[in-house]
Design a protein around this ligand. Sequence first.
Ligand code: AMP
Length: 290
Amino acid sequence: MSLQVITLTKDLKSIRDTLSKKDIGLVPTMGNLHQGHISLIEMSLNENPITFVTIFVNPKQFGPNEDLKKYPRTLEDDLNSIRKINQKYKKQIFVFAPTSIKEIYPDNFSSTIKVDGITNILCGKSRPTHFDGVTTVVYKLFSLIKPLKSYFGEKDYQQLLVIKKMTTDLDLEIDIIPGKIIRDTDGLALSSRNQFLNPDQKKQALILPTTLQSIKEQVLKYKCWKESKEIVKQIIQDTINKNPDWDYLEIYNSDRLTPPEDQTVNFILLGAFKIGSTRLIDNLLFKLKI
Ligand code: AMP
């Protein structure tokens, strides 16, 4: 089957009018596709007759001093990667890649979708407008494409929960399906921002997965959070104190992104780390054996 590229919102709307909601899976991306994105696209290809992939570097989710200008834009390569994976599935794929920001945000656009609470912690602290930008664009893509299911990576775990909350709060009736983090062989989570790193910095970046892993092992040495919390909190604090490049390093109950309670079973460790002007995030989900 074919891949069709759509660049105009009016074309997207008229194509969408011919399709049924129950057939559609959506994978929103900012492009520069790597195996993390492809794994989400494959999930959608497996589960839906029709897959929409959107490729849009969304200016609203970048802060004023962030890397919007230099964010990699590689549309032709992205289309080739999607074509290649679809040789296996032979499904109908539409790629919506607006050529102009105005296709998404026309001149008189003045709305914001905001999820409160969960957006005030972790990435929301150092990127205060980021999640409003994410929810606004994702809501707009949901409205335009009206998928039955949409796929988001656990790599951006806070984003995944924010989107789930928006979908529940606003009764959007779209299944939000999580995809596992895809990592390089050395453990570094794949990210379009990894290419800003030189080989030395790539090695430095391994501090993210290795630190998360070693703190997880500390937590798992104990029967419950009640027993481990003092030592684990101290280890986290010492780690941050040792290296000012940590933006955050925190442990939460993974179901709600709230601080663990004495009897919490499902945990997530989340870290954000700066290497030069590049900020990387990673996380590690795990369960206590009970
Ligand atoms: P982005 O293009 O960075 O906006 O990411 C688009 C989608 O791909 C989001 O749902 C991300 O969470 C997901 N994603 C990015 N990197 C990875 C990865 N290494 N593993 C799995 N999913 C990822």
